[in-house]
Write a protein that binds this ligand. Structure first.
Ligand code: NAG
Ligand code: NAG
Length: 305
């Protein structure tokens, strides 16, 4: 076999011969998945395969590349850093993470150094994504909204990775992105933002009342908040309440008016007596004191002093 292959090469163009010669003395890596993903707490394989090598005992290293720079994951035959106890190497150079966490999302570089090869270094970069299932979103639904007014419902979830997308449900039925796309919601004035989780009504209708719930979802799964009731109060009820308020206010004004009138009348009736007490001058007072009895004297003196 080998001699016949060699025989063929003699007749091949020289460049091809050279390439084959060097590749025989080069370390070449490959991966069967350069962008793997897994869900949090699952296992994942970062594949690093040696396609060609001549060195018998190559140096194998793994580095994690984050914004802060590269750090060792596998060095000198040992798993290090925060993957310690959660990862192992599978021959020849594949890194196996047994319990992935969200902080493992990063690029990883497999580097193989083969000192006896002509081309003695090769590397392969693996882009790992650890997906995180959304937690129960925080939902805010106004309890009651006046007919014809605007309303905003919000839904927020921040654990999920990749970032959550949102769906809203009314009475357990999914609300379409565009109300015009459904007969049921055709006349509703809402806009739904699946990226931010807000459901905004420009003017609520009676038909918009119901139980609203929201779902945060991503590739790893979904979570929902429990349904919350939104009531729309009738414009007639508002009218009735306003009417009652007006009647009450009119009554209050009338009562106040009657009171005032009555008080004024009361004071004018008492005026003469009041004047009688205040009018007396010093000389007169003295006269009174002398001529009148004890009770009147006390009155007068208190005013004089
Ligand atoms: C993975 O790690 C999490 C937290 O670090 C732990 O709760 C869970 O039990 C682990 N799962 C396995 C299969 O070891
Ligand atoms: C929407 O409004 C139009 C006009 O007011 C009405 O004819 C139609 O029946 C309404 N559709 C629904 C589904 O309520």
């Amino acid at each position: 076999m080998r001699s016949s292959a060699h025989h063929k090469e003699i007749h091949a163009p020289q460049s091809l011969m050279l390439r084959r010669y060097f590749s025989a003395l080069a370390v070449v890596l490959k991966s069967n998945n350069e962008s793997p993903w897994t869900n949090e707490f699952d296992k994942i394989e970062l594949s690093c395969l040696i396609e060609s090598i001549s060195t018998t005992n190559p140096r194998i290293e793994w580095k994690k590349i984050t914004n802060e720079g590269p750090s060792y994951v596998y060095f000198d035959g040992k798993i290090s850093g925060d993957l310690e106890n959660r990862a192992m190497i599978r021959e020849p150079a594949t890194l196996l993470i047994t319990n992935a966490t969200r902080s493992d999302t990063a690029k990883y570089r497999c580097e193989v150094t083969a000192s006896e090869d002509q081309k003695s270094v090769d590397e392969v970069v693996i882009d790992l994504v650890v997906r995180v299932k959304p937690v129960v979103p925080k939902c805010s639904v106004p309890k009651s909204v006046p007919f014809g007014k605007s309303a905003e419902l919000s839904c927020v979830e921040e654990e999920g990775f990749p970032k959550s997308q949102y769906q809203w449900f009314k009475n357990r039925e999914e609300i379409p992105d565009d109300p015009k796309s459904s007969l049921k919601f055709f006349n509703s004035s809402y806009t739904l933002n699946a990226d931010s989780g807000t459901l905004k009504f420009i003017a609520v209708r009676k038909e918009d009342a119901g139980e609203y719930s929201c779902r945060a979802k991503n590739d790893a799964g979904y979570s929902e908040c429990p349904p919350q009731k939104m009531e729309v109060y009738d414009i007639d009820v508002v009218g009735i309440i306003l009417g009652v308020l007006v009647v009450v206010m009119v009554l209050v004004c009338m009562t106040a008016g009657i009171c005032c009138a009555y008080k004024r009348g009361y004071f004018s009736g008492q005026k003469p007596t009041g004047n009688n007490y205040k009018v007396p001058a010093k000389g007169d007072g003295v006269d009174y004191v002398r001529t009148e009895d004890e009770g009147d004297f006390r009155h007068k003196s208190s005013f004089v002093i």
